[in-house]
Design a protein around this ligand. Structure first.
Ligand SMILES: Nc1nc2c(ncn2[C@@H]2O[C@H](COP(=O)(O)OP(=O)(O)OP(=O)(O)O)[C@@H](O)[C@H]2O)c(=O)[nH]1
Ligand SMILES: [Mg+2]
Length: 293
């Protein structure tokens, strides 16, 4: 019998959760930017090895803010903890323990499933405050080995994966063995466009945007994928920033997104990309239900 488990990856914003998921599964599944709060959904990545199947679940960075949007993201994290067999608690070793760590510790100390404490970014210098924090975490019941890894250079990941397989229950694979994610094409496309927009904009724009796929169609010969998408912002005044001088920025976002999507999908990508404002979408339940899931 082989192993089979769902593994949650939780941690504060920018700890490297999405990078870890992508490196472990060997594919670009979850989007990555240097900005906190990049991930907004539960993103599943699947690792198939002779030992069995691990389904990693990337989560939004755990954040203390009481805004409606952040509350929904936090609920998503605790739901994920309830649904999984194991937990990877990822810590950014290069920065000291954050304020968010307390809330996470409260949440995790209630769990009875195995939790692996993983200090990421060991390619950078480790912050001195971690030692005391890890000792406290142990006192609060988070026992077990501490792993030091780099999701970027892959250092320490083999040991981590073996430890996870070791702890995983026996079972049959939950997904076909040639799958590495279960995300639908629309979602993957919108995420790539969101990533490319976030990477090229600053200040409030990255968190004020979402991407809506208005149309997705394959050409008759199956060789092309036509996508019509909107970058949706909170204010009219933000549109100019994303479009850029003479449309240069939106063109760059479109071209780079096409390039990345061309590697993900077998078809040639034709992307029609526009910008639209939808005031205060972050406070609207209908939009949030669709986006944060
Ligand atoms: N040096 C170094 N940088 C890393 C490592 N892992 C991730 N990063 C960087 O850290 C930043 C955040 O990475 P993400 O993977 O988006 O972090 P996250 O935890 O998913 O962030 P949220 O989705 O916002 O919660 C990016 O700039 C990554 O390139 C690592 O092992 N070493
Ligand atoms: Mg992320």
């Amino acid at each position: 019998m082989t192993k089979s488990a769902f593994v949650a990856i939780v941690g504060r914003p920018s700890a490297g959760k999405s990078t870890l998921l992508n490196t472990l599964c060997g594919q670009k599944i979850s989007i990555v930017t240097p900005l906190p709060q990049t991930t907004r959904n539960k993103i599943r990545g699947i690792l198939n090895q002779p030992e069995g199947q691990l389904v990693f679940v990337d989560t939004p960075g755990f954040h203390n803010s009481e805004r409606k949007f952040n509350q929904r993201l936090r609920t998503l994290v605790s739901d994920t903890l309830d649904e999984t067999d194991l937990v990877v608690y990822l810590l950014d070793g290069s920065r000291g323990p954050g304020e968010e760590e307390r809330g996470l510790l409260d949440l995790l100390s209630k769990q009875t499933k195995p939790i692996l404490l993983v200090l990421n970014k060991n390619d950078l210098a480790t912050h001195p405050n971690w030692e005391a924090y890890l000792a406290e975490a142990k006192e609060r019941g988070l026992k077990g080995q501490i792993f030091r890894v780099s999701a970027q250079t892959k250092d320490g990941l083999e040991q981590l994966t073996s430890a996870i397989y070791e702890l995983a229950p026996e079972g049959h694979p939950m997904y076909p063995e040639d799958y590495y994610t279960d995300q639908d094409p629309e979602f993957r496309i919108s995420e790539v466009i969101r990533e490319q927009t976030m990477l090229r904009t600053r200040d409030e724009i990255p968190h004020s945007l979402y991407v809506d796929i208005a149309d997705l169609e394959e050409s008759n010969d199956g060789k092309e994928l036509w996508i019509r998408a909107f970058i949706i912002l909170e204010r009219e005044s933000q549109k100019g920033i994303v479009v850029g001088k003479g449309g240069t920025l939106i063109k760059e976002i479109r071209q780079e997104s096409q390039k990345i999507l061309g590697k993900i999908f077998p078809q040639r990508i034709q992307l029609d990309l526009r910008v639209k404002a939808s005031p205060k979408w972050r406070n609207r339940d209908r939009v949030l239900r669709k986006l944060v899931r």
